[in-house]
Ligand binder design. Structure first.
Ligand code: ATP
Ligand code: MG
Length: 354
């Protein structure tokens, strides 16, 4: 029997509430399948841990995590702990330390999901965001601080290795799916980084003559995300552009309560990490109001990652059925159910489908 070792970092605020539902659903799926099981280990890291120890995770936290097949993370960050600490000392430490250089964000409008567009288009894209360098490399300088000649530099870092590997990953995905690959950049204004990006996109593309491609400037792409999102299938883009575009995409396809993301190390040299993209939502924490569907969608991504695509799809279909049924949903989706009730309902619908 296959055993998937999962490190749970429920984290702060609503994080533990939604991760509990994810664990419940994953355990039920493994039980129904019978061919694999999960072994969960819970880590208490996050902002509460920080206020007790002065650290976001154990000193040897990365070593401990490296033993696992995947990390399932709730949310990190809470009022009182500065964002740069909670983000850099836990989330980004893991993303960078485990070379999770691919950020996978499905932007798919499920039936029944709230959509602000009046005519609900058939949105179904996968955004592949560069997750390790680019505009978020943390490179720059602050010169002549507080003087009249003050200058601040924030440098985007685009290495050949870093750019090629994400673009190649995207071509592979597009080829496997038989879909069009769209590169989103800004070569007309960013005359070093994005010219290089476009060049690499073209170069690597020569190895994939069978893959249909398109290129957009990020400003135009933002417009089309809203006006005609169906033109995008698989999208590859830089760290900053991907960050912004996926939030726009999330807004179009059901909002924070539904948006999932995976941080992937494709070589599997290190664990990959799956998380709902929402934060700790302190305003609703502890009230059983949090929508667990984003956490469940990221659990579905985890199943895909383990090669259990049938289950991944089945879980996603169940999330969709639940929204179409429109009975057991949390208040952000205009329902009256609690976090647990939604998780229980998903389990019940999964079981009923056998
Ligand atoms: P962070 O900086 O950690 O990303 P944030 O303040 O930017 O945090 P969130 O914590 O994600 O954003 O929350 C923004 C708002 O969205 C919350 O105040 C909450 O009302 C709502 N929200 C977020 N996640 C959920 C969820 N799972 N279910 C329901 N509402 C949510
Ligand atoms: Mg946020």
């Amino acid at each position: 029997m296959d055993v998937y070792k999962i490190a749970l970092i429920p984290g702060d605020g609503v994080g533990p509430e939604v991760i509990d539902e994810g664990v419940k659903v994953l355990e039920k799926i493994a039980e129904m399948d019978g061919g694999f099981r999960f072994e969960f280990t819970r880590f208490p890291w996050g902002c509460e841990f920080y206020s007790e120890t002065g650290k976001m995770m154990d000193e040897d936290g990365m070593e401990q995590l490296s033993e696992f097949d995947a990390i399932y993370l709730g949310a990190v960050g809470f009022p009182g702990v500065p964002d740069h600490i909670s983000l850099w000392d836990l989330l980004l430490k893991i993303r960078k330390g485990f070379d999770q250089y691919i950020n996978l964000r499905p932007i798919k409008l499920l039936n029944g999901a709230p959509c602000p567009l009046t005519e609900k288009p058939d949105i179904d894209m996968l955004v592949i965001r560069e997750n390790s360098e680019g505009e978020y490399a943390g490179a720059g300088d602050w010169l002549f601080k507080d003087k009249p000649e003050e200058v601040v530099l924030q440098t985007g870092v685009f290495s050949r290795k870093g750019t090629e590997r994400v673009i190649r990953y995207a071509y592979e995905e597009a080829r496997a799916a038989g879909k069009t690959l769209t590169s989103i950049s800004k070569g007309n204004a960013l005359n070093y980084s994005m010219v290089f990006w476009d060049q690499v996109f073209e170069e690597v593309g020569k190895e994939y003559p069978d893959v249909k491609t398109a290129s957009y400037l990020v400003d135009a792409a933002s417009m089309f995300f809203v006006l005609d999102p169906t033109r995008f299938e698989i999208v590859v883009t830089s760290n900053l552009f991907g960050d912004i575009l996926t939030d726009l995409g999330a807004a179009l396809t059901g909002g924070l309560g539904l948006a999932a993301g995976a941080n992937i190390n494709p070589e599997k040299s290190y664990p990959s990490m799956f998380e709902p993209i929402h934060g700790s939502a302190p305003d609703i924490a502890g009230k059983e109001l949090a929508n667990p569907l984003a956490a469940l969608w990221s659990a579905s991504q985890m199943l895909d990652f383990f090669g259990q695509e049938d289950w991944g799809k089945r879980l996603l279909n169940t999330i969709e059925d639940l929204m179409v049924e429109n009975k057991v949903l949390t208040p952000d989706m205009k329902g009256q159910a609690t976090t647990k009730e939604v998780g229980d309902q998903v389990v019940e619908m999964l079981t009923a489908k056998v």
